[in-house]
Design a protein. Structure first.
Length: 313
């Protein structure tokens, strides 16, 4: 079973659970959770509903004894391998129980009585290796670098995200997910296809074209603000912008590099701050947080990007 298959299975099951939860039902997803990334994917898929995690973790010898008493089913070898992985990635999350001495009814009673301890708040429980992906950073932490090419500005943003490459690709290429952290996209997203984009933070409309698309590793698009949108906002005059995203898997995490080219050099600091906010909103969405506070974040970031812009030769 591939990592991509497992991720899709978790995400699809959670999406179905969300549909039932939207209709007022309480849903239970039963299965083997093989890593923190899958818990995160499940939490994102059921949002805005809260996810509870209950890990049934009896001693390995209990599984061995049960295997010895039955035929046609053995789980001890798998559980012996799985248990240390669970502790490594999930030990600080959810409710862990040994219910091996309880009846099913007693186990249900125990879980319900302790359900508050099972509720996940992934914003408050990052492990050390995941701090970067959940944006637990100083306010002045800068993700971007600024440069120039052919008299136009170049913004490069790089960050590490706490999810696998297929999930991150989906978050930047699926219109339904893009809308959760960036803006609304409508149109043909195949290579050569044309689309329309509304950027929430800028309240601006754009037309675009997919130049290259190599799932799940590379995406290059060109966009341009419409004249009607420019007349409404009177910001930077419309120009042809090239955006390229490159994804690199790194264990359970993924490195995303976004390079944006074509903006006027005199405005590059504002684009640097704006694209760092987009990258942070993406990380927040992947961690299950709501978007918000962009104006305050803008004020924190712009001075640092102005310093970077001043050094462009």
């Amino acid at each position: 079973m591939s990592a991509r298959w497992r991720t899709l299975a978790v995400r699809n099951a959670a999406a179905m659970a969300r549909n039932y939860a939207d209709a007022g039902f309480t849903c239970v997803l039963d299965g083997a959770v093989v890593g923190r990334a899958h818990v995160m994917a499940c939490a994102r898929a059921v949002y805005p509903h809260r996810l509870h995690l209950v890990v049934l973790a009896p001693p390995v010898q209990v599984s061995e004894e049960r295997d010895a008493r039955r035929s046609g089913k053995t789980v001890a070898a798998f559980f012996r391998h799985l248990r240390p992985l669970l502790h490594e990635q999930l030990a600080e999350l959810g409710l862990w129980l040994d219910t091996s001495q309880q009846t099913p009814a007693e186990s249900v009673t125990t879980i319900l009585s302790l359900r508050d301890k099972a509720m996940l708040d992934l914003r408050e429980t990052p492990t050390k290796e995941h701090d970067m992906a959940t944006n637990a950073r100083p306010a002045n932490h800068i993700l971007g670098s600024l440069g120039a090419a052919d008299g136009k500005g170049v913004v490069r943003i790089e960050d590490r995200y706490d999810t696998d490459i297929d999930d991150l690709w989906s978050a930047i290429a699926d219109p339904a997910r893009i809308a959760r952290w960036y803006g609304r996209v409508d149109g043909d997203l195949r290579p050569g296809g044309e689309f329309r984009l509304y950027v929430d933070d800028a309240e601006s409309d754009h037309v675009g074209r997919v130049e290259e698309c190599e799932p799940p590793r590379r995406l290059r698009v060109t966009t341009r603000e419409t004249d009607e949108s420019y007349q409404r906002g009177k910001g930077v005059p419309p120009y042809d912008e090239v955006l390229e995203a490159a994804l690199t898997a790194d264990g359970d995490q993924t490195i995303l590099v976004i390079e944006i080219r074509g903006m006027p050099l005199e405005a590059i600091a504002f684009y640097g701050a704006g694209w760092q906010i987009h990258a942070e909103n993406l990380a927040g969405y992947l961690a299950g947080r709501e978007r918000g506070g962009n104006e305050a974040r803008w004020g924190e970031l712009v001075p640092s990007y102005q310093d970077l812009a001043a050094s462009i030769g």
